[in-house]
Structures are given as C-alpha cells and as structure tokens.
Design a protein around this ligand. Structure first.
Ligand SMILES: Nc1ncnc2c1ncn2[C@@H]1O[C@H](COP(=O)(O)OP(=O)(O)OP(=O)(O)O)[C@@H](O)[C@H]1O
Length: 312
C-alpha cells in the first residue's frame, strides 16, 4: 500500500505538488492521471525517495522508502525505460542489477521469461525498440519480486500491440495481489487499464475514486434535438440561458441540460420533437477541461494561492 499525506514539493517558486493526499491499495491497478506537468513524475520520485518532499510524507506499507530494509524486494519501478547501458545485453544488465542489490541470480531468467525477452536476452540493449526497452525496464522492476510496482507513463510511444501487452501485464500483476500504480496523461488509456484513479491537476488532488465514477462525471453530455420548429425552440432555450449550437444538419445541440428537461420544456410550449438524444463528448476533451480548470493560480505576490477546485 502507498499512502501520501499532505505531500508538497516546491522548486523555487514553482509548486510541483501541493498538499497531495491519497492511498493506493493492493490487488488493483490504480491509475495516476493528470495532464503533462501536473506533478505525476515528481510524486513518483518522492515515493521512491529520489526527491525529498518540501513538506508532508509518503509511506510504503507504513514506512518511508529510505527506511525500507530491502527496498527492491518491496518496490519495483519503471521510471525511465532507456536507463540501461547501451552495450550491455538485457541479461547482463539484469544480472548486474541483481548482484548489486543482493538478489538471487536465478531471478534474472525468471523475469526475462515473464516479460517475453528470453529470445533477445543476449542482444545489446542499445539496439532494442522502445517496446523491448519497456519490457526490460519492467523485468528490472520485477527482479526483487516486489509487492508494490510503479510505472511512469509506460505506454508512451508504444504501438497498439505493445500498449495491449503492458495493459494486460499490469492487470495480471494486480490480480496476484500486488499494488500497481501507473501514471498517464490519457484518460482513455487509463479507463481501459485501471480500476481506481488518483487524478491530479497542477499538483493538486482532483479526485480519488473508481475509474467508472470518474469517467461518468468527466464526460460532458449534450442533447441533440431535431424539431420542425427549430426557431421557436431556439428562442426558448436562449431564454433559459442554455448554450445552443446549430450544426448544419438542422439539429440543435444543447449543453448543460438533460433530455428530460428539454422534452418537458418542448411539451409545455407545444413544440413537436422528432429526436431527443443525449450525446457524450470526447472523454479526453472533458478530462483536459476538468484538469485545466481544476486549480486556478492567483498571480499575486505569493504567486501560488489555489482558488478553486473542480467539483467542490
Ligand atoms: N527539477 C525540477 N526543477 C524545477 N521544476 C521542476 C523540476 N521537476 C519538475 N518541475 C516542475 O514541476 C511541475 C510538475 O512536473 P512533473 O514532471 O512532476 O509533471 P508530470 O505530471 O510528471 O508531467 P510530465 O508527464 O510532462 O512529466 C512542472 O511545472 C515542472 O516544470
């Protein structure tokens, strides 16, 4: 289990992470979601003790990373897939890692088999594709057979097959009862991979909930209405202060309203409807809107006062 309490990181006047509290539980893939620059990598580095928090703390099974007796047996992480000597083979890279961390050498062949790299284990890692490098990074993270696994943007730049493989692999690790924490800036990707989400925007927590709940709330609904009395209905909708778009197909697209509301409004005013359909906007668009509006920073002398948080 990972537990962050009031985690804060400042770099000079930049607040990368601000008073962040969340919990990541075992047995599930938890997505760590936020747009670029939201503070995901900084948070992951603090979990791994690679960066010290300005204030607050983050614990792994109740202890800060530095106090873990055998860190690699507790936590495995993929932060940078290209972190390997280019002339080393996958096998010798893992052997070197195992040796320097006091892990059994027998584990090297085991993890190579787990990620499907046995055939290329003796080739120089410098010639690996991004997908193969990611697999090697995952093999390294698994060397200590850790309960907690963290992956920073593991599918970035991968082809659909590579993405599918990583997704299934992470779900398999969670099914074994491990804690799996994986960052991404894509809601559509996370909605397929993670059961739980920790969502941040500009360093602050926006939501911690199930993916299903978040996706439902994040997707903007609009209602498509087709009527032979479009002008009349349009005037009524304008009166109500609703946002209305008129695409060229003769329909009306009404934002911030439910189909029930519009159906009743039309009925009360004797307007005939030929169509009334709720439409979902693009998940990614809605998410970007949500996270970019989540926290507005006041540019006063203090420079970093959080004004509003979405959903509150
Ligand atoms: N070493 C550093 N020095 C100064 N500012 C930093 C440093 N590391 C991160 N930042 C700033 O902190 C903020 C959060 O960055 P971070 O890399 O954690 O975000 P992220 O969500 O991981 O985004 P990305 O996916 O783009 O890496 C950004 O504004 C970034 O410029």
């Amino acid at each position: 289990m990972i537990e962050a309490v009031g985690l804060t990181k400042r770099y000079g006047s930049t607040v990368a992470v601000n008073d962040l509290s969340f919990t990541v539980k075992p047995g599930k893939v938890t997505g760590f979601l936020g747009p670029n620059g939201a503070g995901k990598s900084t948070t992951m580095r603090m979990i791994l003790g690679l960066d010290a928090p300005t204030s607050g703390r983050v614990l792994i099974d109740g202890k800060p990373y530095q106090e873990l007796k055998h860190p690699l047996r507790k936590v495995g992480a993929l932060i940078d897939a290209k972190w390997v000597h280019p002339n080393r083979s996958a096998h010798s890279h893992l052997k070197w890692l195992a040796r320097s961390n006091d892990l059994p050498l027998s584990r090297v062949d085991e993890v190579l088999a787990m990620v499907g790299l046995e055939q290329v284990a003796k080739r120089r890692a410098g010639g690996f594709s991004l997908g193969m490098s990611q697999r090697l990074g995952i093999a390294a993270a698994l060397l200590g057979d850790p309960e907690v696994l963290m992956f920073d943007e593991p599918v970035n730049g991968l082809d659909p097959e590579g993405i599918h493989w990583i997704r299934r692999f992470m779900q398999g690790l969670a099914a074994e009862g491990r804690t799996v924490f994986v960052s991404s800036h894509l809601l559509s990707e996370m909605s397929l991979t993670a059961e739980e989400l920790v969502v941040i925007g500009r360093g602050e927590l926006i939501a911690q909930c199930s993916t299903e709940e978040f996706v439902e709330g994040a997707s903007i609904a609009s209602v498509r209405v087709r009527t032979p009395q479009a002008e009349e209905l349009r005037a009524l909708l304008d009166e109500q202060g609703l946002t209305v778009q008129q695409p060229l197909d003769g329909t009306l697209l009404v934002g911030d309203a439910t189909s029930e509301q519009l159906g009743e409004l039309a009925a009360r005013n004797g307007i005939v409807l030929h169509e009334l359909t709720t439409q979902r906007g693009s998940l990614e668009e809605a998410f970007m809107q949500l996270t970019s509006q989540a926290v507005e920073y006041q540019t006063d002398l203090g420079g970093t006062a959080a004004l509003t948080t979405a959903g509150k």
